[in-house]
Design a binder for this molecule. Structure first.
Ligand SMILES: C[S@@+](CC[C@H](N)C(=O)[O-])C[C@H]1O[C@@H](n2cnc3c(N)ncnc32)[C@H](O)[C@@H]1O
Length: 233
């Protein structure tokens, strides 16, 4: 039997209107759509974006271990990849849906590697999605980068990184997952000159909040779906 096709789909920041036409088309037609369960709200958001397209296929949720034990993480990853491969072997087209972009800090990258190695005959299509930082720049009407400026993305900012972090001139630094370390970051930024700060929370969703005021940003509650952009001239 011909295996099914694997799709990696970026579903954008949360508002289904940011889905690309190709992503929407695939979500409606696939046999099985996998979304990722996490300890934060992003799992139910992924599911609601998928459901907005009235998919005919089954929606299934995968849990990825956040354990510090690498063996546990690898085992969970292999189990999830195997769950998808069981469907592919039966000729079913499968979607792996990622919030934001598919190939930007997504578990899809790991799943892809396993499936590509174990089932090299599986056809694959990857559809990019609108990233959280592209959304923040657009919503705030602030340039992300231009001319010869550099764009840097720090995927998981932790408080202990604060003192080591540098902000080169003519650069924009995007800091994802700052919800637990925001205070340390804001303290660090007090020492920096010629910067502008932009904060975005629950972008494109009902609770959206955007601010460039460090005082207001410091008062925000812990929110997984939040990021900070620092532009230095
Ligand atoms: C694992 S990363 C995923 C990045 C995602 N693949 C992308 O393309 O933006 C999760 C982080 O992305 C950011 N994020 C994703 N969606 C967001 C949204 N709608 N509003 C604010 N931040 C968001 C947050 O910093 C969150 O902690």
């Amino acid at each position: 039997m011909q295996p099914g096709k694997l799709y990696g789909i970026g579903i954008g920041p949360g508002d289904p209107r940011y889905l690309t036409l190709r992503a929407a088309e695939i979500l409606r037609a696939a046999d099985v759509i996998f979304t990722v369960i996490s300890r934060n709200a992003s799992s139910s958001i992924s599911r609601s974006v998928v459901e907005s397209q009235n998919p005919r296929g089954e929606i299934r949720q995968l849990t990825f271990s956040m354990s510090r034990n690498p063996e546990e993480r690898t085992n969970q990853l292999r189990t999830n990849a195997e769950t998808i491969m069981v469907e592919l072997r039966q000729g079913r087209d499968c979607v792996f849906a990622t919030l934001g972009d598919t190939m930007t800090y997504s578990t899809f990258g790991y799943v892809l590697e396993i499936i590509r190695t174990e089932m090299p005959q599986v056809p694959i299509e990857i559809v990019p999605g609108v990233t959280s930082f592209a959304t923040l720049a657009a919503k705030a009407q602030c340039v992300l980068v231009e001319n010869d400026e550099e764009l840097r993305v720090i995927p998981s900012f932790r408080s202990e990184m604060a003192e080591k972090l540098t902000f080169p001139p003519k650069s924009t630094t995007v800091l994802l997952k700052t919800y637990r370390s925001r205070k340390a970051l804001l303290e660090r930024l007090k020492k920096e000159e010629n910067i502008s700060i932009l904060y975005g929370e629950q972008l494109s969703m009902d609770g959206e909040f955007i601010s460039n005021d460090p005082g207001a940003i410091a008062c925000r509650p812990e929110e997984y779906l939040s990021l900070i952009m620092v532009r230095k001239t």
